[in-house]
Ligand binder design. Sequence first.
Ligand code: FDA
Length: 299
Amino acid sequence: MTVFDSLVRYGMPLVPKFIVGRVARRYVAGTSRDDAIRMLRSLNQQGAMTTVDVLGEEVSKTELAEDATRQYLELLEALDREGLDRNISVKPTMLGLKIGQDFCAEQVMTIVRRAKELGAFVRIDMEDHTCTDATLDLYRLARQEWEQVGVVLQAYMRRTVADIGGLLELEPNIRICKGIYREPRDVAWPDFDVIRANFVYAVEKLLEGGAYCAIATHDTYLVWAGMQLVDRLGIEPERYEFQMLLGVDPQLRRIIMDSGHRLRVYVPFGRDWYPYSMRRLRENPTVARHVMRAMLGLR
Ligand code: FDA
């Protein structure tokens, strides 16, 4: 990372919220469920699968976690009613993980039970390393109730390969991504090349071990490596998919689908768009240009 990149990345919190909002619009479907429904319909019509995320994280009040659970239950009903992809992504800290593991488990299981009734899929997103053990426990618990539940592992985490080994007996559904949180060196690989290599290794272990693998990346090298692995290992199309975030590289999305692979877009929406957008903007190497354009009123 150049000095300029670092200045932009660490200077982001100083950028006024309305500027962040203007630039972040491409990463978020909107603030309301209707905004999300419109976006999901459009993506589904373009041939992309979708997963939808109600934005929010780390709540410390039980009412907020319960409200998040309610929003997810309403979302599941809406997806069912509208005939859209019934696939949601949830964050444990938004469902009260930092309040208590049992309390959070109640929220997650309430969502999972309704998902089971509707035949919907629930993905449990992975947050920072302080949540990893608890998130995997939630996943194991949810799987006892409903098989259409998945979890996420991060290629930057040193423990990921061992975690895969521990999960394979469940025939798990795992999304592999690089990982987006700032982690200390004793838990995460900091080097770009090592993270890439670990990503490929993880995908290979999952596919060889009989898991369903969601290859979540916009890194063209990793997209290529994923395509090469499923080809070399002779993996059936029902055993994997690619995943990308809303707003990032729609052309790559089209390239993946046109090559005959299944592709799912992660669609976040909600009032709590700010922390999510800040993380997206920090990781975007062209962020400076977007922020400058927004400040100059060019977009
Ligand atoms: P990388 O960051 O190297 O990006 C590759 C290329 O993509 C860049 O060169 C750039 O051109 C483009 N790009 C990447 N980000 C961009 C952006 N914001 N705007 C514009 N262009 C951009 N993480 C996590 O810790 N827990 C989780 O549960 C999830 N869940 C998740 C779901 C899905 C569907 C995806 C795609 C990603 C996640 N992530 C995540 C985020 C993930 O860990 C990672 O931070 C990002 O995907 C960026 O990593 P890439 O593999 O895309 O590579």
